[in-house]
Design a protein around this ligand. Structure first.
Ligand SMILES: N[C@@H](CC=O)C(=O)O
Length: 318
């Protein structure tokens, strides 16, 4: 597992997968099933695993946190970068940051608390959490104005954060005054990752962001990696064509809850048995809805497998 400080190459080198957390029938995180998830991602050259919203860590207890960190260490590939999340409220985040201080994880992401919180209160809280954990953290902006752009720049300068996950949904991702203000204040997008999956990722990379996070990468890692690679090589038409394969599943995620649909999609595509989704959420039901998710997830996974075997064939004949 990567234990060195986060550098620019770490942020650029892989899609940042945001996996669901597989749990057993008793609701305990399952080492075997989460390992299957990570191995499938690794087969598609995905080396970064960010356990946050899709893992329902918003509702994960402090007393279980150490055991989760143990599990993440155990299932991490040798070159894997595991990123746990802390929070969302300050008190829970501070308790988790104290646990993190004793561990080798290079960073953790702070889950966003929209209420009760103010931009300046969040900025000073982030600095305290970085002190408690003794490492720079990853900030996660999901709502307009969550943090002041100048505070984001200051948190970077002071070493309180090493990256920002930017996830404010816009009808037109390139028309985003808040993101522009953050980019102006920080001076570059090299430590900012697009945080809303494949849909806005190409536009965000064009705007200078370094990479993107994704839930659906858990179904189709080879294709998501191909989007990142195509963007890096300036093949935007190729990236856009590959992205089209993700839209049926992304549409279902947007319609019925991104977290809940992903949890079932991974199971229905036979990637791993995800089990119960965790407290304060409930697994999706409804035969018709699950059938639609299964069809979209299986088709997307099949395309990822086809891309993988095409790449293997090309490598063998080269
Ligand atoms: N929310 C997005 C990106 C991850 O944070 C997704 O699940 O695709």
């Amino acid at each position: 597992m990567k234990t060195t400080p986060v550098d620019l190459a770490d942020l650029k080198s892989s899609v940042l997968s945001v996996p669901p957390l597989a749990r057993d029938a008793q609701g305990e995180p399952s080492k075997a099933e989460n390992r299957r998830m990570v191995e499938w991602l690794r087969s598609g050259d995905v080396t970064t695993y960010l356990y946050g919203g899709n893992a329902n860590l918003y509702n994960f207890g402090v007393m279980e946190f150490g055991r989760l960190l143990d599990l993440l260490e155990e299932i991490a590939p040798g070159d894997g970068w595991m990123i746990p999340s802390i929070g969302a409220d300050f008190g829970k985040a501070a308790d988790q940051a104290a646990i993190l201080r004793e561990r080798a994880f290079p960073t953790a992401m702070v889950l966003p608390l929209a209420f009760p919180a103010t931009p300046s209160g969040l900025a000073s809280g982030f600095a305290k959490l970085a002190d408690i954990s003794a490492r720079p953290l990853i900030a996660y902006i999901k709502n307009d104005g969550f943090l002041d752009a100048r505070d984001v720049a200051r948190l970077f300068r002071d070493g309180a954060i090493s990256a920002l996950k930017y996830a404010v949904v816009r009808a037109e991702p390139k028309n985003d005054a808040y993101l522009e203000a953050i980019l102006d204040a920080v001076g570059s997008g090299e430590r900012i990752v697009s945080g809303i999956g494949e849909r806005p990722a190409i536009d965000h990379l064009e705007m200078g962001l370094s990479a993107f996070t994704s839930g659906s990468v858990c179904v189709a890692p080879h294709l998501s990696t191909a989007i990142l690679k195509a963007c890096r090589e300036g093949r935007l038409a190729d990236a856009t064509a590959i992205r089209a394969s993700f839209l049926p599943l992304e549409d279902l995620r947007d319609a019925h809850s991104p977290i809940r649909v992903l949890h079932e999609a991974v199971r229905l595509a036979a990637i791993c048995e995800t089990g119960p989704i965790g407290e304060f959420l409930s697994n999706l039901d409804g035969a018709e809805r699950l059938a639609a998710i299964a069809a979209a997830a299986r088709e997307l996974k099949a395309k990822s497998e086809a891309a993988a075997s095409g790449a293997e064939r090309r490598a063998a004949s080269a």
